[in-house]
Design a binder for this molecule. Structure first.
Ligand SMILES: [Fe+2]
Ligand SMILES: [Fe+2]
Length: 145
């Protein structure tokens, strides 16, 4: 499977898009580490980076949804919790060597892209339809200058 930032993942919100790019970058890192057959410890370390960054990203989105009074925030939070639960199971299986990490990569890539394109796209539509920016978004351009 080719790990890349699919154009369809570009939702038009700078903060969310930047974080999704970062997640894809971490998945590419895992892909390269697997192809180079790096040690189990290195692979587990990258999976931990993915987990921590995913937790951070989900919290950012949840804070943004509360700030914007997004009506489906509870539903979206439940989806996030479910994804983190799945990620924990995957990581535990890889750790016990019950799951090939290649298979893990495919699953992670599918859940990141599907969630972004189906669920996160709805948050971005909400932002666009209401014409207001969350505070982090207003300042985001400044951070990147
Ligand atoms: Fe997201
Ligand atoms: Fe999300």
């Amino acid at each position: 499977m080719l790990i890349s930032f699919d154009k369809d993942m570009e939702l038009g919100n700078e903060l969310i898009d930047t974080q999704h790019r970062m997640l894809i970058m971490l998945l590419k890192k895992l892909d390269i580490a697997l192809k180079r057959q790096l040690s189990h410890k290195v692979i587990m370390g990258i999976l931990l980076e993915i987990k921590k960054f995913t937790e951070f990203h989900f919290l950012c989105e949840e804070n943004m949804m509360y700030e914007l009074k997004y009506p489906e925030v509870t539903k979206h939070e439940k989806i996030h919790s479910g994804l983190l639960f799945q990620l924990d199971i995957i990581i535990a299986k890889v750790n016990r060597k019950q799951m090939f990490a290649d298979e893990t990569l495919d699953m992670l890539y599918k859940w990141v892209t599907a969630h972004a394109m189906h669920d996160d796209a709805r948050i971005v539509d909400h932002i666009k339809n209401h014409g207001f920016l969350p505070v982090a978004e207003e300042k985001h351009g400044l951070y990147l200058e």
